[in-house]
Design a protein around this ligand. Structure first.
Ligand code: PLP
Length: 369
């Protein structure tokens, strides 16, 4: 039975006995900081899950991005191309280093960075392109790789929202020079707060590990040759992560099952654009999202209010970062702006039952038809 008395959340974590057992072990043994077996186990298993060789776990996804940028030596004078339609952390992490985020438009087909506009944004200062796999659908990586190779640029992935998503049969995170993920509580899998860098580049992973450990070498722990950070993941976070990784297939299957059901039921509403699912992609639907056509009787924000009154929680799409006050580039990026204005994230988490999806669809049909 759909419960229309309690709020249906957008995305809640699934925490069970394994998470409890592994965390309890940390607490009982005293391995509660960043030393302990779970951190390395998690780094290795997550890297392996993405078919990469090295993982460097961090205490959240934002610092994973900053650490990656620092380990790649990005800094003042460097330009980094990224989609404007992303969570603000992608741009902020670049800004922390003194490098400049350069915003480009998205494409309707995947809601991700439009490879067709990237080349025009390249200058002699460009160092890297960051693809973001928005809301769980991969960006179109092959053309981006071709551009990166042709111009000798790094290609990076912000895969914070797309654990397990595939591009042409390959898991995201392993499609570029290096990638980051977030394990915040609403993500496909969680460690509470948490993040990771994954890569096949051993030197890069060692450099990231050095920088997240206050810039020290294990054989001389209080000799710090550089200003560095403490960005380490704790053993407790990693214990949750190891347990979550053991159930990630189920977490993804539930989201995909719910998405298929949403697609089936919402197809009858004229004026709704359903989420992208390119034939080269496997979408993991971190956020099951739709776009509202302007022909509908009410706009996105009015719809959100009505859903809220029916105890259904939703989120608006991110603002395009180029419009936020600290960036405010005065660019016109029409696709990103349009998607942002019309997009809504519906309840999507792996705790969501088919009965709840049914209830959300009933309400949407009632309001919009
Ligand atoms: C695209 C993207 N990048 C980076 C982050 C930052 O991750 P965190 O919240 O773990 O710092 C997020 C988090 O939601 C995100 O969606």
């Amino acid at each position: 039975m759909a419960n229309n008395q309690t709020l249906i959340p957008v995305a809640e974590p699934v925490i069970g006995d394994k998470e409890l057992a592994y965390v309890t072990e940390c607490l009982k043994t005293g391995w509660i900081s960043s030393l302990g077996k779970y951190v390395t186990t998690f780094e290795n298993r997550f890297a392996d899950y993405c078919n990469t060789q090295y993982g460097v776990a961090t205490f959240n996804g934002t610092v994973a991005l900053h650490l990656l940028a620092a380990a790649l030596n990005l800094g003042p004078g460097d330009e980094i191309i990224m989609p404007s339609l992303t969570f603000v952390a992608t741009a902020n992490a670049i800004q922390y280093t003194g490098a400049t985020p350069v915003f480009v438009d998205s494409e309707y087909g995947s809601w991700n960075i439009d490879p067709a506009v990237v080349e025009a944004a390249i200058t002699p200062r460009t160092k890297a392109i960051i693809a973001v796999h928005l809301y769980g659908h991969p960006a179109d990586m092959d053309p981006l790789r071709e551009i990166a190779q042709a111009h000798n640029l790094l290609l990076l992935e912000d895969a914070a929202e797309a654990h397990g998503a595939c591009y042409k049969g390959q898991r995201v995170g392993g499609l570029s020079d290096a990638a980051i993920f977030s394990f915040y509580g609403n993500k496909i899998m969680t460690t509470g707060e948490g993040g990771i860098i994954i890569t096949n580049d051993q030197a890069l992973s060692e450099r990231a590990f050095f920088l997240e450990n206050q810039g020290r070498y294990s054989d001389n722990p209080y000799w710090h040759p550089e200003v560095a950070f403490n960005y380490r993941m704790t053993n407790i976070q990693a214990a949750v992560g190891v347990a979550q990784l053991e159930r990630i297939a189920d977490l993804i299957t539930i989201r995909q099952r719910n998405a298929a059901y949403y697609n089936q039921r919402l197809a009858e509403i004229d004026g709704l654009t359903l989420p992208p699912n390119q034939d080269w992609a496997e979408n993991v639907y971190w956020m099951y999202s739709v776009l509202l056509d302007d022909t509908l009787p009410l706009n996105r924000d009015e719809l959100r209010q009505k859903l809220r009154a029916a105890n259904i929680d939703t989120r608006p799409f991110f603002y395009p970062v180029h419009q936020l006050p600290m960036y405010d580039t005065k660019q016109s990026l029409p696709v990103a702006e349009d998607l942002s204005r019309r997009g809504i994230n519906l309840p999507s988490g792996a705790t969501l039952t088919i009965a709840q999806v049914d209830y959300v669809c009933d309400e949407l049909i009632k309001i919009l038809t």
